[in-house]
Design a protein around this ligand. Sequence first.
Ligand SMILES: NC(=O)c1ccc[n+]([C@@H]2O[C@H](COP(=O)([O-])OP(=O)(O)OC[C@H]3O[C@@H](n4cnc5c(N)ncnc54)[C@H](O)[C@@H]3O)[C@@H](O)[C@H]2O)c1
Length: 248
Amino acid sequence: MTASIRTALITGAGQGMGLGVAKRLAASDARVIINDIDPIRAEAAVREVADGGGDARSAVFDITNAEETVAAVEKLERDLGGIDILVNNAGNAGTHAVDQLSFRDMPIEHWQRYLGVNLYGVLHCTKAVLDGMCERRWGRIITISSEAGRVGLDINVSIYGVAKAGAAHLMRHLAREVGPDGVTANTVALGLMDNVPDEFAGPIIKTIPARRLGTPADVGSAVAFLASDEAEWITGQTLAVNGGSFAF
Ligand SMILES: NC(=O)c1ccc[n+]([C@@H]2O[C@H](COP(=O)([O-])OP(=O)(O)OC[C@H]3O[C@@H](n4cnc5c(N)ncnc54)[C@H](O)[C@@H]3O)[C@@H](O)[C@H]2O)c1
């Protein structure tokens, strides 16, 4: 990020990878907006970024709700003069605990937990910021996905994977649609990160070439690059940040 101070909206940034992204973008002089559905988490994250010298504020809204998202982004744009970088980070099962169930066992009523935040949330936030970015002729949309959206896995995450694959595919289409307007759209596909339970991570770590789990800082570095002016010729791509798992 070199040319001017950018404003970055990071969804689900109250903890985990999103907070890591917020800290890294703030360290690159972006003004960061920490979205989360949980106000206490959002405020704590704002304090953490500010304690590190960053410029941060919170925006509490539910990205699965289209009207709420559009209204919140309109207010942010009125108050701050435009969102330059959107990081679609909120994910997993949204406000629910992840229930790893096979496709056969997962009740249809649970599908929305995954589709709502990982697919519709991305659609809502992207729709809300895109016109402004195109009008200002500069923008970065970065969607945090997962290996589960790139490959078939036997860990009972099929609906989550479907949602992640859909969101990544939106980035590919958008790259074509809004490239001429100076907006890039990319995906970061994460491998196993350091906030998963030990009993789940334990047997998998030895299969990761880098022999460790990913960290919020790893995600922050990748996102900061894709958000930079230097990455202007990279769009429609998926960058795997996974310690070498699935090397393609
Ligand atoms: N943790 C991993 O191992 C892993 C692996 C691959 C991909 N990912 C992806 O990385 C991203 C970040 O994962 P994480 O593990 O850091 O997340 P997390 O679950 O620790 O945090 C997500 C945050 O999003 C917020 N949130 C949930 N629903 C929301 C909604 N509807 N509106 C606004 N905020 C909402 C939560 O309150 C929470 O603070 C997600 O997209 C996830 O799918 C994670």
